[in-house]
Ligand binder design. Structure first.
Ligand code: SAM
Length: 283
């Protein structure tokens, strides 16, 4: 049954971003949706109860987290046809290293209205703090805890030409920074901690210097690591270009081979085309 207090909220799913520390960051629209929702799907009802208390309201809550999501999702989807269901996580934007993606997917598939109330997200907040390039970034989230899997995950993204964003916890920070320094090489990086809280801090340095700083003194609180993109690619030599051209010519026309190698090496296509013609003559 719809509660009279939800007047104005259409049935459907409302994805509501909540503060990552400072309660003042809850937007008026987020507060209005939470106050008007028929039901709020929450990670931890104690955390959300505090937020509701802050805005002077009480609403029915139901747990929605990694351990029960598959069981409770169909019931929530069914209710969305006639009620306004809000989704929150303990902090920040739901779905970002938090539950919710399958709920949104199934709500859309069922034809329900899906609305997002945008707001705080630790990844974006950290990106804005560290002073590293923001034009292209990759959100990696949490790396695996085990050393081997973590090394493999880092190797997989080492060549990505974008600023990298990782979530981390204090006790694991030193080991993660050391693994990043080993796997990504020397790059500028930032450690943003306790964003929007009393002890907000952002330390920037090279990865190895940050690893040394935090090796013996794991900091408290919630942490985002931001790492600069790799430096410029080393210029390809004439021998490298010849090797690539020779291989490409076995698969494609002279023009296409020149284009492919130009893209891979950054060398001028015109020169590569001339070189490819010469190689064909030599053959
Ligand atoms: N959904 C959240 C968001 O929008 O950012 C992230 C949830 S994830 C389970 C929690 C992680 O986010 C923490 O381990 C930390 O890496 C990061 N985080 C959350 N709040 C933070 C804060 N105030 N300062 C720094 N990092 C924070």
């Amino acid at each position: 049954m719809n509660d009279p207090s939800n007047a104005g909220l259409e049935p459907g799913l409302y994805i509501v971003a909540t503060p990552i520390g400072n309660l003042g960051d809850l937007s008026p629209r987020a507060a209005a949706v939470l106050a008007g929702a028929d039901l709020i799907a929450v990670e931890d009802s104690r955390v959300t109860a505090k937020l509701l208390h802050h805005i002077g309201t009480k609403r029915p809550m139901t747990p929605y987290h990694d351990h029960n999501a598959d069981q409770v999702r169909p019931g929530l989807i069914a209710r969305m046809g006639r009620e306004a269901i809000a989704l929150v996580s303990d902090a920040g934007t739901p779905l970002i290293s938090d539950p919710g993606f399958k709920l949104v997917r199934d709500a859309r598939a069922a034809g329900h209205r899906v609305t997002t109330i945008p707001g705080p997200c630790a990844a974006v907040a950290a990106l804005t703090l560290t002073g590293l390039p923001t034009d292209r970034f990759l959100f990696v989230g949490f790396l695996p805890a085990k050393e081997k899997a973590r090394g493999e995950a880092i190797a997989e993204i080492a060549a990505v030409r974008a600023t990298l964003i990782f979530y981390e916890s204090g006790p694991r920070l030193g080991a993660t920074l050391a693994a990043l320094a080993a796997g990504l090489g020397e790059r500028e990086a930032g450690v943003a901690r306790e964003i929007s809280k009393t002890f907000e801090e952002c330390v920037t340095d090279t990865l190895s210097a940050l690893a040394a700083r935090y090796a013996e003194a794991p900091p408290k609180g919630e942490i985002v690591i931001v790492v600069a993109p790799p430096g410029p690619r080393p210029a390809a030599s004439a021998d490298d270009a010849d090797t690539l051209l020779r291989e490409a010519l076995t698969r494609m026309s002279t023009g296409s081979a020149a284009s492919e190698v130009a893209k891979a090496t950054g060398l001028p296509r015109r020169d590569l085309y001339a070189r490819a013609l010469a190689m064909k003559d030599e053959a």
